[in-house]
Design a protein around this ligand. Structure first.
Ligand SMILES: C[S@@+](CC[C@H](N)C(=O)[O-])C[C@H]1O[C@@H](n2cnc3c(N)ncnc32)[C@H](O)[C@@H]1O
Length: 238
């Protein structure tokens, strides 16, 4: 978990969540049956979504399973408050969300038929990864199914290369919003300086588009302004 001087980074920088059909108990139960399991009936199942953010996965899931009981937890307060506001507006009574650290899940936390951790394992420290696997072991009902997504090599090398380049450029401290801006700016500069149309250029462009929310807008002033910002930040660091 990353905390700046001002708080938790996921509170400061909104994470664009989504509904992920591959995590829905209906999909998980179907796959379970295909593998010869007898997964719990989904109609009145209990679901835990770990790192649920602002609820964009668990809330639509709760709407689609009105008799099920769903729980979402996330370390960040702000997205949890957003999720609560949406649930209140929608009058949903079968889902609860809590701002809490996975590390604090105690033995009496309850049992779940489906445990979901989407976009979580590869983004948390080793101690929390271990806790996630322990929660799966201790809180999953006997025929339950856990969905734990993670980034794998070799494909993850592509993303890692852009990440390493951004981390190399950034200071290790500072406001998350400023760091994000600097990181994007640096990738933008790299993109402009790669000649031709090779694979590396495509990788950097893809990553920059992704972290820019799908829109790669040319910056007013273009490369020159980026270069000046980069030069200033190098001077500041010296
Ligand atoms: C990369 S986001 C993924 C959000 C969402 N599951 C998705 O896939 O769109 C990771 C989420 O995990 C939460 N998180 C990180 N460490 C946590 C912890 N120790 N306990 C609970 N939530 C945590 C973050 O606050 C963030 O909302």
């Amino acid at each position: 978990m990353k905390r700046s001087n001002n708080g938790y980074s996921y509170d400061e920088i909104p994470y664009p969540g989504n509904a992920y059909p591959e995590t829905h108990p209906d999909r998980l139960a179907t796959i379970g049956v295909l593998f010869g399991m007898e997964p719990p009936a989904i109609r009145c199942c209990r679901v835990l979504d770990i790192g649920c953010g602002e609820g964009s996965n668990i809330i639509p899931m709760a709407v689609s399973l009105p008799q099920a009981e769903l729980v979402g937890i996330d370390l960040a307060d702000k997205p949890i408050r957003q999720a609560q506001a949406l649930m209140d507006q929608a009058g949903l009574a079968n889902v609860t969300v809590r701002a809490m650290d996975l590390a604090d899940v105690a033995p009496d936390f309850g049992q779940f038929d489906y445990i979901i951790a989407h976009g979580f394992y590869s983004w948390v420290p080793a101690s929390i990864q271990a806790k996630l696997l322990k929660v799966r072991q201790d809180h999953l009902t006997p025929n339950g199914i856990a969905f734990i997504s993670y980034n794998t090599y070799p494909a993850a090398h592509f993303r890692r290369a852009s990440r390493d380049a951004m981390l190399f450029h950034l200071n290790t401290t500072g406001q998350p919003s400023r760091r994000v801006q600097e990181a994007k700016s640096f990738l933008g500069l790299m993109l402009e300086s790669i000649e031709g149309n090779d694979t590396w250029k495509a990788v950097v462009r893809d990553e920059l588009t992704r972290i820019s929310g799908g829109h790669l807008q040319p910056e007013p002033g273009g490369g020159r302004r980026r270069f000046e910002r980069l030069r200033n930040s190098i001077r500041e660091a010296d």
